[in-house]
Ligand binder design. Sequence first.
Ligand code: TSX
Ligand code: MN
Length: 595
Amino acid sequence: MRASTHLHQFIKDIVDLCCPDNVHVCSGSDDEYDQMCKIMEHNGTAIRLNQLKRQNCLYVRTDPSDVARVEEVTYICSQNKDDAGPTNNWRDPIEMREKILSLFSRSMHGRTMYVIPYVMGPIGSPMSKCGIEITDSPYVVANMKIMSRMGREALSLIEKGEEFVAGVHSVGMPINNVNEEVPWPCNKEKLIAHFPESRQIWSFGSGYGGNALLGKKCFALRIASAIGRDDGWLAEHMLIMGVTNPNGVTKYFVAAFPSACGKTNLAMMLSTLPGWSISCIGDDIAWMYFGDDGRLYAINPENGFFGVAPGTSVENNPNAMKCIEKNTIFTNVALTEDFDVWWEGMTKVPPQGLRDWKGNAWDSNSKSTAAHPNSRFTTPIRQCPSFDKMGDDLRGVPIDGIIFGGRRSTLIPLVLESFDWVHGVLLGASQSSEKTAAAVGVVGEVRHDPFAMLPFCGYNMGDYFQHWLDQEKDGRKMPKIFSVNWFRKDDNGSFIWPGFKENVRVLKWIFERIDETVSANKTPIGYLPKELDRVGLNISDDKLNQLFDIDIDGFLKNIEDLYNYFNIFGDKFPKVLHQKLNIIYFNLKNNNLFS
Ligand code: TSX
Ligand code: MN
């Protein structure tokens, strides 16, 4: 039952357990992709979209109960409970294996079992890693073809003895009689179990997104973060972008944001500043290591975007709109009369004759949204007009800046530079975001989300903070660390900063701080800009000042809340971070505004 490192034994074990009717080892060819599309169309899972508007695109509706990641039933099954930590669900690996055996027993009966060999990261990169995902879902096969380097090359690496992360996925709906198939098979009972020590993933009951595309959150974040802890590198929930100045000098940044902060928009953004341009390496995950030259390098383990559709428009993210013109899978968006797609925020006025994500006729008087708030596009990264060819570089790109973001209507300034590495790590650990209407819960409530890794860290988050601190070593050129917040509001409740393309002004300041060509004010909370480039920007001095105003009482309360939050990590919370927080608290309290 334990997945052998030998592929053929692994396949045989899973066949014996899951009892599929057929086994298909994926080649990753375009013909095979077409075959998956045909199966989905035949089963009613997918509809082919209008070829003239969306060439080679599929429209998929999931079961209404299977629309998002299932964090409540996501487990880290380390030997010791303490290795999962206070932010993860833990189960004893032996108990979990028993549970898995019963769930997966005969779970693929009547179905084809697909064996997906894939590589996360550019093939040939020393940073890349192999995986095998066994699944009974053709939707997963098609999505994995877009999201990873899937097929023959991966298989040949594994057959030559390359280690791989073993993943088993079943929608959990065996077919006992023919004609029993439904458009979106899934199971009421769901389970996602990670075994960081034996590098295994078992996912049952859901066919959607991060639950089912095991290369993404399960492997590239949860399992990879645990491998990174052991082997001295970082697997992070970060976009990777290039910023090029008018002299043609490019610097690369990584940035971590909680959900609903527009991370994909930032990764693909355009620039309003003449001569400045932005390029995209990735929008979700970065694997990072320090090279022999002492610099930090990053690769994007992914090969596509699995982006949230609602809010994406020609105005907000023209590059994303270009990406999704062809070869894209749309899931849970709305369908137009002429077989195109639509979602809230795509255009101001919805088209006539829409069908919503559940297949019902929809108009603007309908109570629910036409597209599900978590509806998605799966699209190849190379279709992004701003895709940076360094994204294929085997060594990765050198990282000069690390950015931590959040959605905060008060307190947190537009941009701030940390005093040093330890303070930067504290900024990451302190990341938080206000809930939006798109998520369940109270709108405006502040949720802690350290490093935007809360649901994705595969080990104890206290150890994770220490692992970040441990990166600082003699001989290494540590990237500067920044905090950003596009979402500060004025007294009328309006966003102060225009955001989007204008964020390039903030990136310019960060770029020039790294180059040491622009000055800053030292304050108790970090370095703030003396001035931002505001040529061509219609914003008053007063408004600009509001973006950097330090509300001392509010900040002190914020820090008190952080002390409480960090208590959940107990002894694992690094002392130096606590000390750093004490210093900031002390200086604020004593009104030491420095300048
Ligand atoms: O993605 C966003 N970014 C980053 C873009 C590169 N969003 C959307 C977040 C939802 C997922 C933003 N929303 C950003 C932003 O920088 N800023 C805001 C807030 C905002 C919203 C609307 C306006 C301005 C700011 N509209 C006008 O000013 C007209
Ligand atoms: Mn993400």
